[in-house]
Design a protein. Structure first.
Length: 243
């Protein structure tokens, strides 16, 4: 472990938010989640708005590490759960920095449930290797790179982008592997007849380790339950080949 340089510390402390990414068991990075960050004394701290149930928080504390991007800083960090230690100072830092957003947003961050999730971020000396192109996982955008959703409609529907990136793709339960989630998603889209979305998710499923023959057989099986027209549309060559 190493300490922050003065410029790194100042850049993170001045950032309105940082984007935090945690690792899956195979080493690939989950999508970035934007969170508030504060300085209190000589420490950099973050909290989970959702309390202990926050998905990124559970993964970060389980692994003890994460990757952050804030201002000009892009770094691997260790995360240390401090709980309510120095709570008054950290609560005060949240109110001073984010009070302009109103109590509806600030008070949940200073409530007991959020305070219990307080993490101290410390800089790691070297970046942790992550799997990218050779992994079965779909490559995710870097923390300072726009997601596909942001590129498509971020200029006029930023709220939808946030939910897409941070909730839909940020939901990564350990009970379901990426492969299994892809199968569930493909079958749901095929059943609903959403072939426009299906094209992307067929490609994602293959990146997550589902063979094309498995996808075809799964959709064929769905024909008996979802109807023949839905299955025929889902396995159309233009849908599969464009994915």
């Amino acid at each position: 472990m190493s300490t922050w340089t003065e410029s790194e510390f100042d850049a993170i402390a001045a950032a309105t938010e940082l984007r935090i990414r945690t690792q899956r068991p195979d080493g690939t990075l989950r999508p970035a989640v934007p969170i508030w960050v504060v300085q209190a004394g000589n420490g950099i701290y973050v909290r989970s708005y959702a309390g202990p149930g926050g998905g990124w928080l559970r993964t970060a504390t389980a692994r003890g590490t994460a990757r952050i991007h804030a201002g000009s800083v892009d770094s691997d960090v260790t995360v240390t759960l401090t709980g309510t230690a120095a709570r008054a100072d950290i609560d005060g830092a949240y109110r001073a920095k984010y009070g302009r957003y109103g109590s509806a947003y600030v008070e949940p961050m200073t409530a007991d449930t959020a305070a219990a999730t307080t993490l101290l971020l410390s800089r790691l000396g070297e970046r942790t290797p992550v799997m990218t192109s050779n992994s079965h996982q779909a490559s995710q955008p870097q923390a300072n790179e726009q997601s596909g959703a942001a590129k498509m409609f971020g200029d006029f529907a930023p709220g939808l982008v946030t939910f897409t990136d941070d909730v839909l793709f940020g939901h990564d339960p350990p009970e379901l592997s990426p492969r299994d989630r892809s199968l569930v998603t493909v079958t749901a889209l095929a059943t609903a007849g959403n072939t426009e979305q299906l094209t992307y998710h067929l490609g994602l499923a293959r990146q997550n380790g589902v063979a094309e023959t498995e996808l075809i057989e799964a959709i064929t099986h769905l024909a008996f339950y979802a109807g023949w027209p839905r299955a025929m549309s889902a396995v159309a060559k233009d849908v599969f080949r464009s994915s």
